[in-house]
Design a protein around this ligand. Sequence first.
Ligand SMILES: *[C@@H]1O[C@H](CO)[C@@H](O)[C@H](O)[C@H]1NC(C)=O
Ligand SMILES: *[C@@H]1O[C@H](CO)[C@@H](O)[C@H](O)[C@H]1NC(C)=O
Length: 354
Amino acid sequence: MCPRRVRRNGPAAAVVMVIAAAALAATASAGPRYSSRIVEIETGAIRGIILELNSRHLEPVEVFRGVPYAAAPVGPQRFRPPAAPISWPGTRLADTFGAVCPQRVPDISNRTLALLHMPKGRYHHLKKLIPLLLNQSEDCLFLNIYVPGSGNRGLEAPYAVLVFIHGESFEWGSGNPYDGSVLASYGHVIVVTLNFRLGLLGFLRTRPVGAYKVDTGGDPPSGGNLGMKDIAAGLGWIKRNIGAFGGDPTRVTLMGHDTGAALANLLFVSPSSKGLFRRVVLLSGTALSPWATTHNPDALRLSVGQQTGCLPMPGFTASTSNAPPTATGGSGDDQRKKSPPQDDVDIAPCLRSR
Ligand SMILES: *[C@@H]1O[C@H](CO)[C@@H](O)[C@H](O)[C@H]1NC(C)=O
Ligand SMILES: *[C@@H]1O[C@H](CO)[C@@H](O)[C@H](O)[C@H]1NC(C)=O
């Protein structure tokens, strides 16, 4: 995945910004009003909150925030595919958003400087968005559910399900800011937003492509794209549990925006997500977008490995650089010969301990 994105302002981006604005209006309301029903899911009982919308045309929605769809990818689980979520005793109150995944948000603290790089509308959007991205933790695999009709099963139940894959970047963002309540109420669908691992934790390929040829200790060969595996795990969770909320697990639509559209497109063509969803909406991006994939993931692995001390710095081993050695003979060459080759090193075990 490519971390650098060129910002474009398209109509689809505008749609999503409206959703974000609705989120801010909703979070500004007073203390939560709890739903009268308790929903039983595979990991325990859960109670949501009722959100009133500021329109007499829109029914209130039942919202479940911060629902864990996978085990926390921390400690020994770091740089591993998501594992099944942990059960809880009693009734979990789903009234608070879960933490967002570790990320570095854009620095717009100097307004003058920021406005040299972006239009005013974008600046104001970021100014509202960034405060919602500051509660960060590696324990971030949560989703949020917006159910129409105050939790009562309406005439349309079971409801179709719309899963929103957030964009902005492969390195920052979260599902939390995108409030699905207006869409759920107006469209009579269940809306789900989710967090997935970002940046190095979510997309670094820690093992080189050729590594499966050597002994990998029984681990699967690929490594990398864990953020996408998180989304697939979220979709698996939805398939197993959304029925309990009044959703129809056979009518799940994936809606990806921007980098999220590339991820939705890649999931759509991936055999591993077969049967998890039925339709896809791509907003402002596809898997063929020039920024959607990276063509040299191993350069990133080497760079990260060297900067974290997991791999020796270049110059101390022959295999890190394609450049011809500058020194002829002498101790430098001896040093290179003694160093182990790096072509096959999975840096995940080392990074797990950082
Ligand atoms: C931050 O997220 C954690 C869940 O990971 C939650 O318990 C806590 O209340 C959140 N803090 C704020 C200020 O939202
Ligand atoms: C903000 O950036 C502008 C443009 O680079 C610079 O002239 C100014 O000194 C900066 N302001 C502060 C407070 O750093």
